[in-house]
Design a protein around this ligand. Structure first.
Ligand code: PLP
Length: 402
């Protein structure tokens, strides 16, 4: 069976993790701080904090901005549940909007229609690693007529004076737009380093802060650090210094820090990330060459004059098929020995959100993208022979069932 997305674990990773394990320091410490600094330099943002997941990062940022009951956060219906769940955790309302015809990302026109006086945050998602329309989104939240309807509560909202853009960049580490890296495209971007993502730390997330100059970034970093460690005034490393054992708890914070064992994996992953991206691009190009002449194939956008994907997921679509036909084709591909997937089941299909009253028929583009989509394996260790095998298995399954 060709797996869908195994992590790239080799001797280099094992050696660095061993070093971390034997160093005497296994929780948040020097490796995490080094990883944060290297991420900041790589993406070109102002500062980065690493946590135990992207989910934790998105929630901490919503809470930092003072998002709570009565507030609305605009998200695409086409995403992983984490984007919506963190809004729910804060007691706010996820306002779901449809996606674009041209790609799998949030529709800026739909966002504009959904903005109300309750809107505090927009959370675009870079589906498959292809950046959302940040130029349009950044311009939208800065437009005078949109700023006029923004009702600022609390210090951070007053300081920003407009809707915050919090990017769910879980897929897009390494992607670019107009020569800038994902992580530096808007106010805040949150990467996931979960096991299946392009760059992994087994579990983990990175919050790239790129807020405007009026924000003291070191102060925000300090706040996030403390809020990720129970509201404790000193972290474990600081407490080991002579005469520094006593600490205070400033408020009941969360517990979602990254460990140095995870950071050890991340440091190696980041060091060789360019080769990972290059290999993924070759796999994408092979898929495109394999499918572009098929009448039934819809190739996902991944490289335009403005944007280049991080080559995270290859979202193949099959023209003219419905959901049961798609499922049958997937079954045939699995039976041929290839693991495939669907990204994503739009949120209104899931019990948690369906039961709250979100309706699939309100998101026709998301449905149209979902019902005929099949995600193919993309990962560094996937060989050229395996890619050709996958192309044949997909083609045979489609031709046999179309
Ligand atoms: C993986 C993923 C997340 C969650 O990342 P974690 O690090 O597991 O919290 C969020 N959003 C999207 C779109 C994802 O694919």
């Amino acid at each position: 069976m060709i797996p869908f997305s195994p992590p790239r674990i080799d001797q280099a990773i094992v050696d660095e993790v061993s070093k971390a394990l034997l160093s005497g320091w296994i929780t948040t410490g020097p490796r995490t701080k080094l990883f944060e600094n290297k991420l900041t330099a790589y993406v070109g943002c102002r500062k980065t904090i690493c946590l135990n997941s992207a989910t934790a990062g998105m929630e901490l940022m919503l809470r930092w901005f003072g998002v709570g009951p009565g507030d609305e956060v605009i998200i695409p219906a086409y995403t992983y549940c984490a984007t919506a769940n963190v809004v729910m955790h804060c007691g706010a309302t996820p306002v779901m909007v449809d996606i674009n015809e041209k790609d799998f990302n949030i529709s800026v026109a739909a966002v504009e229609k959904a903005i109300s006086a309750k809107t505090k945050v927009i959370m675009p998602v870079d589906i498959s690693g292809f950046p959302a329309d940040y130029d349009a989104l950044n311009a939208l939240v800065n437009a005078e007529k949109i700023k006029k309807v923004f009702l600022a509560n609390g210090a951070e909202q007053k300081k920003l004076g407009r809707i915050l853009i919090l990017s769910d960049a879980a897929h897009s580490f390494g992607a670019t737009m107009n020569g800038k890296m994902s992580g530096a495209l808007t106010d805040v971007s949150v990467f996931s380093f979960h096991a299946v993502k392009n760059l992994t730390t087994s579990e983990g997330g990175g919050v790239c802060l790129n807020l405007p100059d009026q924000f003291d970034i070191d102060e925000i970093y300090q706040h996030l650090n403390i809020n990720s460690l129970h509201g404790q005034s000193k972290d474990a490393l600081a407490k080991t210094q002579v005469g520094n054992w006593r600490y205070d708890v400033l408020y009941p914070g969360y517990k979602c820090n990254m460990t140095d064992i995870s950071a050890a994996i991340g440091l190696i992953e980041l060091e060789r990330y360019e080769s990972n991206l290059a290999r993924r691009k070759v796999i994408f190009d092979q898929y495109v060459a394999g499918f572009e002449n098929e009448e039934w194939a819809i190739i996902p956008p991944y490289l335009t004059a403005e944007k280049e994907t991080s080559y995270h997921l290859f979202l193949l679509r099959i023209k003219g098929i419905d959901e049961p036909k798609r499922d049958a084709i997937m079954q045939a591909i699995f039976e041929a020995g290839v693991s495939v997937n669907v990204h994503f089941q739009p949120l209104p299909l899931l019990t948690a959100y369906k039961s709250l009253g979100y309706k699939m028929e309100d998101y026709p583009v998301a449905w149209a993208k979902y019902e005929n989509e099949i995600t193919l394996p993309v990962y560094f260790d996937l060989s050229d022979e395996s890619v050709q095998f996958i192309i044949k298995a997909v083609t045979k399954a489609v031709n046999g069932l179309l």
